[in-house]
Design a protein around this ligand. Structure first.
Ligand code: HEM
Length: 443
């Protein structure tokens, strides 16, 4: 009897202790299954059975692959995560006059000469990094920097502390819900909308005249105080994680020229593209040859990580040297495809990232033993020490163990909250309702 009890106790302890090694991966797989079930199986994966990897760019660039929101159940989910005002988010506007006006304003706000962009990044880094050190989460460390950066791009004046807190509160809430590690807090987001409404007259270029003040505020919030801040913080967290986990690359990046740092950024965004999937709804037929075609109204899901792995030797291996040959020959589209609404910050973002990385490397040595995955739900745990100083070994062992255990809890939270949000988004049908009743939706 005692022996059976002992065996059960030993087995239970073994299962418990081994949880971090198998549970998170299983929960992630389950979450993906739940998402696919709830979102329906309307989509065509690219690459997939219909479109192979060689035609990935051709189909993505096709003029008929240009629908952004209307007609995809997936859009209800994105609109839910990006609310308020997802109908004014540049990424989700359908082609037409409104889109052209908004895209023109974004181009105007992002058109900053290189030296000015570099100087702006340096100023924001100096203000926001002061006093940082010890154990940090890299996404949280850099988000205030990008909040200030975006604020100055839009208003051409230094970002007051109140505005920085509102922007970080908004961006953090969006990215946390997108990763299903927390629910949405709409009041946090509405506070920023109210602040922006009071500042519209101070924007440094004229905003599109055909929009109501609320629509103008939603546009700014979506592009500059949500997408810009979230994407830059995520990209920067990936870059700094890579440097923290490749001491040789970190050492060389500290003194190397811009070219080397650019290759490190390119390789980071190849291995950890910020978009897992970008979707498009076809507005016409896309012929594939030999009688095959993608019909109008299809939802195409372009898989960035798969594209970025194809055609590379040892694709999972981090190697900035790959970018010594021209990137245009490579399967590398971190900012989307030029012919189909690429990222308007494709030129500015790497410039600012490079300067921010230099500012950080100048102040600290980076060390991390935490997991580095594309979705980075752990926000990049990292130990900052004075430059060239090695961290205590025990601190890195502790970080690894803690990260693994946090992963168990986090993956369960993501499963539960993710399932709830998918259900809630389907219930609210923000996108579908918008297109069903366009007249009611002017804000
Ligand atoms: C390293 C940082 C960034 C990366 C890797 C990135 C990546 C991307 C990608 C891949 C797309 C295209 C997605 C698609 O095809 O559906 C996109 C679109 C977009 N990005 Fe970025 N982005 C970054 C930073 C920014 C910043 C700083 C802004 C500032 C405003 C921005 C604003 C936008 C907008 C407005 C769109 C939609 C473009 C349109 O549909 O016209 N992004 N981004």
């Amino acid at each position: 009897m005692l022996t059976i009890g002992l065996i059960i106790l030993t087995l239970a302890s073994a299962v418990l202790v081994s949880l971090p090694w198998w549970l998170p991966a299983r929960v992630v797989a389950l979450r993906v299954r739940v998402f696919n079930r709830v979102s329906g199986d309307e989509s065509i994966p690219v690459p997939g059975d219909l479109v192979d990897i060689d035609r990935f760019k051709e189909v993505y660039s096709h003029p008929a692959a240009n629908g952004r929101s209307k007609g995809a159940a997936l859009s209800d989910l994105f609109w839910y995560w990006l609310a308020p005002g997802p109908e004014m988010h540049q990424e989700h506007l359908e082609a037409g006059e409104r889109y052209d006006a908004v895209a023109g304003a974004t181009r105007g706000l992002l058109a900053v000469p290189r030296t000015e962009a570099e100087e702006l990044t340096r100023r924001c880094a100096a203000r926001t990094l002061a006093g940082a050190g010890g154990l940090v989460r890299l996404r949280d460390l850099t988000m205030p920097l990008w909040a200030e950066f975006s604020y100055e791009l839009v208003f051409a004046e230094p970002c007051p502390r109140e505005a920085r807190d509102l922007i970080v509160g908004n961006a953090n809430d969006v990215v946390t819900s997108l990763k299903c590690t927390g629910l949405r807090h709409m009041e946090r987001r509405h506070r920023l909308t109210r602040y922006l409404l009071g500042r519209l007259s101070r924007v440094r270029i004229p905003l599109p005249g055909g929009l109501t003040p609320r629509e103008q505020a939603f546009y700014l919030q979506g592009a500059f105080f949500n997408t810009a801040v979230v994407q830059m913080s995520e990209a920067m967290a990936h870059l700094l994680m890579v440097l923290a986990q490749h001491p040789g690359v970190q050492e060389r990046a500290r003194t190397a020229d811009d070219r080397y740092l650019d290759h490190v950024i390119s390789e980071t965004l190849r291995l950890y593209p910020l978009f897992g999937i970008a979707h498009r709804i076809t507005t016409g037929e896309i012929p594939l040859g030999e009688g095959a075609a993608i019909p109008a109204g299809s939802v195409l899901c372009f898989n960035y990580p798969e594209f970025h792995r194809a055609g590379f030797e040892e694709p999972g291996h981090f190697d900035p040297g790959r970018f010594e040959r021209p990137a245009k020959d490579l399967n590398h589209i971190p900012f989307g495809v030029a012919a189909n609404r690429p990222c308007p910050a494709w030129r500015l973002a790497p410039i600012a990232m490079r300067v921010a990385a230099r500012e950080i490397l100048h102040r600290y040595a980076l060390h991390s033993s935490a997991a580095h995955t594309r979705s980075l739900p752990n926000r990049g745990p990292c130990l900052l020490t004075p430059p060239h100083e090695s961290p205590p070994r025990a601190a890195l062992v502790l970080m690894r163990v803690r990260d693994r255990w946090e992963d168990v809890w986090r993956s369960l939270v993501q499963l539960v909250l993710g399932t709830y949000m998918v259900w809630d988004a389907r219930r609210q049908r923000l996108c579908e309702r918008h297109f069903d009743h366009p007249a009611e939706n002017r804000t």
